[in-house]
Ligand binder design. Structure first.
Ligand SMILES: Cc1ncc(COP(=O)(O)O)c(C=O)c1O
Length: 451
């Protein structure tokens, strides 16, 4: 890819100055200078279709007019931008709009807590809240989970590479199997695999000799994002709700990535109809700016004043941008649009899989889609899944970028090509994404990389 000298120099400086822990900057050597909707323009003049959307943040794409107008309105009003957690009209409007969207069973009797501005801090708050409310320590979390990078959130996350270097965590976590039909932890797959997982959880909770201490909470994603775009079956989620209710365990649903229409419903829990005890929200709720909250059943509200404080819990610009985003997603029926476009993408990508055996599985819900890349020459397991092909996945991502398409990898060994386009993606852009992706997969296969 041709780069201008200024871009090359900037990227060199970045490489020298920034930490080795930087992430997206390694995968995408782009210097973004302008963006609108789904399109990002680099300093070299190249345009890219953005299927990463700020790691699933940009429900309305980049710089949507309702978002930029809301930000301008606050700036022009002279209102203070930093207010700690004081009450303001921006916060009041945001809270009202958010409560309108929540599952009615939760909205009817809930409290909201504004957290430090990242999803990971809201996860910490949820863990702290439930531990205080129950007086218990042990937390139930799932294989494949991702909840953030601070200590507690990382402890309930699953990526062994990230956790292994840190030694034992201060949080006691019991790990449970998340339904993953393609690589079923029980070697069963399908609905039976998920049912077996639910049965195992039930046994742990009812067997007096299971070794499991009474848990403070169960935390889960209704669709795992970083874990590889894995939707949990609705029946399985209902089972988790039944079991947690029967055993008095607060159910925390992390909707940081799945929220605000992404999965084809405003909140992913709506598909199964469950009402969580705690919902963890961030990413899209800030309309592209940092904002994070937890919403929880008011009976859990037993923590003391100052129990989860933080300097940056009053971002007025994010609240205004977030209110505008929540309103627009509702007014324009963008969750339904995500459902429709997602179904079309899944159908066409499954057709693509027929032509490319390196695409082992195509799955997702709404506009949270994953293509699991496998070694087509590797030996299939009993369920037909072939070995992961991380090098081929890397090459597909690179070939996509060559064609002006930004996609990120996730899942086990980073072998899942993830599509997280904004909900405002047009039909023409859907066509372009499919065409570029198909072309990139073919080119990566032809490159003949070892799997
Ligand atoms: C489900 C989920 N929870 C929590 C987080 C952490 O959010 P943040 O990166 O804002 O800390 C993420 C981030 O990707 C996420 O996907």
């Amino acid at each position: 890819m041709a780069r201008t000298p200024a871009v090359t120099a900037l990227l060199d400086r970045q490489r020298r100055r920034e930490s080795t822990a930087r992430t997206y900057a390694r995968s995408f050597p782009i210097v973004p200078v302008r963006a609108a909707g789904m399109v990002i323009e680099g300093a070299d003049g190249r345009k890219y279709l953005d299927c990463l959307s700020g790691a699933g943040t940009l429900a309305l794409g980049h710089n949507h007019p309702v978002v930029t107008e809301a930000i301008r309105r606050v700036l022009d009003s002279g209102a203070p931008l930093h207010v700690l957690d004081l009450g303001t009209f921006e916060k009041d409007a945001f809270t009202t709009e958010l409560l309108e969207t929540l599952p009615p069973g939760l909205a009817a009797g809930c409290k909201i807590h504004f957290c430090g501005p990242a999803g990971t801090d809201a996860v910490e708050a949820a863990l702290k809240l439930t531990r205080i409310a129950t007086g218990r320590d042990n937390v139930l979390a799932f294989t494949g989970a991702y909840h953030g990078m601070t200590a507690g959130a990382l402890a309930v996350s699953s990526n062994v590479d990230v956790r292994a270097t840190l030694g034992p965590s201060a949080l006691e976590v019991s790990r449970l199997p998340y339904p993953y039909a393609y690589r079923c932890p029980f070697g069963i797959g399908g609905d039976m695999g998920a049912e077996t997982g639910a049965r195992y959880v039930e046994t742990l909770l009812t067997d007096s000799h299971s070794g499991l201490l009474p848990p403070a909470a169960m935390i889960l994603e209704a669709v795992q994002g970083e874990g590889g775009a894995i939707p949990a079956p609705d029946d399985w989620l209902r089972e988790m709700r039944r079991l947690t209710t029967e055993h008095g365990i607060p159910l925390v649903v992390d909707e940081v990535q799945t929220g605000v229409g992404r999965t084809g419903a405003f909140w992913a829990v709506e598909h199964s109809g469950i009402t969580p005890d705690v919902m963890v929200l961030s990413k899209a709720i800030g309309g592209s700016l940092p904002l994070a909250v937890i919403v929880y059943r008011e009976e859990l509200d037993g923590w003391a004043p100052g129990a989860h404080t933080g300097t940056f819990r009053g971002n007025q610009l994010a609240m205004a941008a977030g209110t505008a985003t929540l309103r627009q997603v509702r007014a324009d029926g963008l969750a339904a649009r995500a459902d429709e476009v997602g179904a079309r993408l899944l159908r066409d990508l499954r057709a693509l899989r027929e032509r490319h055996p390196c695409l082992g599985d195509v799955r997702g819900r709404g506009l949270m889609i994953g293509l699991e890349v496998v070694d087509p020459h590797g030996e299939a397991d009993a369920l037909g899944a072939r070995p992961p092909a991380p090098d081929l996945a890397l090459e597909i991502r690179r070939q996509c970028l060559e064609r002006g398409l930004i996609v990120e990898l996730g899942g086990r060994r980073d072998t899942v090509v993830r599509l997280l386009p904004p909900l405002i993606i047009t039909d023409e852009q859907v066509e372009a994404v499919l065409a570029r992706l198909a072309d990139a997969v073919g080119a990566a296969e032809r490159a003949g990389l070892p799997a």
